[in-house]
Ligand binder design. Sequence first.
Ligand SMILES: *Cc1c(COP(=O)(O)O)cnc(C)c1O
Length: 423
Amino acid sequence: MAVLTDQRSAELFEEARRLIPGGVSSPVRAMRSVGRDHPLFLARGEGGWVWDADGNRYVDWVLSWGPLIAGHAHPAVVEAVRDAAGRGTTFGAPTEIELELARAVVEAVPSVEQVRFVSSGTEAAMSAIRLARAFTGRDRIIKFAGGYHGHADALLARAGSGLATLGIPSSPGVPDAVVADTLVAEYNDLEAVRALAEHHDDELAAIIVEPVAGNMGVVAPAPGFLEGLRTVCNGTGAVLIADEVITGFRIAYGGGQERFAFRPDLTCLGKIVGGGLPAAAFGGRSDIMGLLAPDGDVYQAGTLSGNPLAMAAGLATLRLLREPGAYERLERTSAALEAALAGPGVTVNRVGAMLTAFHHPGPVRSYADASGADTARFAAFHAHMLARGISLAPSQFEAAMPSLAHTDEQLELTAAAAAEFAA
Ligand SMILES: *Cc1c(COP(=O)(O)O)cnc(C)c1O
């Protein structure tokens, strides 16, 4: 379906730019890196479809960047949220539904013995780092180039996601002292991690890693990489933090740690765990989690943490993922999308229901590789697809998000549009 006009989006953006910096609440949404002068304002979603403010319909492979593994406005999720809202939207007190979701998370994620809910992945990662530092009594952390763990100060060193998209190496406003303890290694380079660990041996508090990198575009862990990080942590006493904000419940019900059979000490969850509402979580070994206030002294809190609407949406989404055949369906849809996006000069990296079609001859195994992608060609591809009613993430360094809701028709439309570009 051809897009007729996006006049309304253009008008709305003009006013938005006056009222909101850059006109957006999160930078990549502005769609600048794919050469647009304004983003599309979205008005409605249903399953794998989304409609913009001008009434154009798109096949949506962005799905709010990952939370909507059940698709937009899934009836079971909507009903759960409506139900919860009718009983009160927030209490600032423990609730039964929070306990239910905690039980589901502990049952799902192999290494998680205790879990605490927060409102964003940023908070989850920031809190996990604080906890690891308190547990070890050390300050230094290792993260990976192109890894993104939200926008907490200490984690904005050579970060992926919007920083990769906009070419920002770190951020003004972050004091040097705050990132002085952040060491950066290349993803999949175990030797580099070993060298850093050797050099900083008894200063190392944590290694934080996305089990499958998702914010430099999708990059799978090399065989032995995640196990190798475990070994380094065992050797130094550092805490291994798996940031499963994207991978959790997506590449397996138990996330990357189930799929790749490695055991982190702490895990960050987000996106799917909130089912499309603002919830995230961090959890892990109870001897570490036990340091959190009020049992311990490590402070962490939130007015809306464990919000009952978000807990209801998360729980309803996890139930849909527990239905027989859910992951087989995700695998089929994702493999079909992979085939649709593949073409000459394109390398598709896919792990389960997360994938990126790099406009790069390949292989893409690190941030250095990903950075070599032809972003101008990607921008042309993105525009081509959007004009044909296919919405892809407006950055070469993000993942497509197949869902339970996408249909064969939507896959066929995507494949037809992509084939036209290749031709
Ligand atoms: C999205 C994301 C975050 C940040 O989550 P927010 O809810 O946007 O703060 C952290 N880590 C990873 C791996 C993510 O993909």
